[in-house]
Design a protein around this ligand. Structure first.
Ligand SMILES: Cc1cc2nc3c(=O)[nH]c(=O)nc-3n(C[C@H](O)[C@H](O)[C@H](O)COP(=O)(O)O)c2cc1C
Length: 277
């Protein structure tokens, strides 16, 4: 386990308890003579407000000097962490960079982009591949029902092996060979096996959390710019990240300046992207 950096400790200290709690257990329902967990789908959600949030989110590259209230940012971060995540393993971390010195270094590492320079908050979004073992165990310890179903227990006992590439990808290559042969007989998992595939695995879920974060900011009247234009090595050093933790995005956030959106949004013809098969 990498040692926690000073920044990580600062964030952990200052973040207030969750406002947006994950839905708690709602009760049970009988299905086919068996009691099943029941969480009803909420109704009455204002679709037009949701659409407004999605449509009005733009990459904002210039911010005013209005601060984002701490409670608002904390709530947005909590909503970020409600994003779906592969195997429920939450492979993300968010570093809210507060120290003036670290902020200045981070702006530089972001190639001094205007969005970074004018942002009220800079949040480094980190994907982690080094907590799979720990979090699989944690999942079983903190399972949100009185009994952990056997299938769940087996799954989280297996997962750490499934995602372990081994030294120089040795386990990964063995698994790949075995599953390639197995795959001749029927469907098999085709990854993630190698270290880079596991990194991609963590980055996918972390990017979903980033999207939740920017939408939550928008819903609160603030804006953001996702940035991957940064020096990964410098950002990792700045945060004291060790191997197994990768900054995948820096989110610049604040209030949109009048000239904060640089040009109208362009999306190509939907026919290029949508297929019915
Ligand atoms: C993964 C990712 C990385 C990005 N990196 C940068 C960046 O470094 N600098 C920047 O100005 N915009 C960056 N953007 C913003 C995109 O340029 C922007 O989303 C795109 O042009 C579409 O504009 P819109 O977000 O306003 O719809 C990034 C967006 C994503 C999703």
């Amino acid at each position: 386990m990498p040692a926690k950096s000073a920044t990580a400790r600062t964030v952990a200290k200052t973040i207030t308890p969750r406002k947006s709690k994950p839905p708690a257990s709602k009760g049970s329902v009988m299905v086919g003579g068996k009691a099943r967990y029941h969480e009803p789908a909420p109704t009455g959600i204002d679709l037009e407000s949701f659409r407004k949030v999605v449509i009005s989110r733009r990459s904002v590259r210039k911010f005013t000097n209005k601060p984002i209230p701490k409670a608002v940012l904390d709530d947005c971060l909590d909503m970020a962490m409600l994003a779906p995540c592969s195997s429920g393993l939450q492979p993300w971390e968010f570093y809210v960079v507060k120290s003036a010195d670290k902020k200045a270094r981070l702006v530089k590492a972001c190639m001094s982009q205007i969005a970074a320079k004018t942002a009220q908050e800079l949040i480094v979004c980190v994907a982690r591949t080094d907590r799979i073992d720990d979090f699989s165990k944690k999942m079983l310890r903190e399972w949100p029902m009185p009994d952990v179903p056997m299938v769940v227990r087996r799954y989280y006992q297996l997962i750490p092996y499934a995602y372990k590439p081994g030294p120089l990808n040795s386990f990964a290559l063995m698994k790949k060979a075995a599953f390639t042969v197995g795959g001749l007989l029927g469907p098999v998992p085709r990854g993630p096996y190698t270290a880079s595939e596991v990194k991609l695995w963590a980055a996918k879920s972390t990017a979903l959390a980033c999207e939740n974060l920017v939408l939550a900011l928008r819903a609160n009247g603030f804006d953001s710019c996702m940035m991957e234009g940064f020096d990964e090595l410098r950002v990792s050093k700045l945060l004291g990240l060790e191997s197994g933790a990768f900054p995948i995005m820096v989110v610049a956030a604040g209030e949109r300046a009048d000239d904060g959106v640089f040009w109208p949004q362009l999306r190509f013809d939907r026919k290029l992207f949508l297929h019915e098969v």
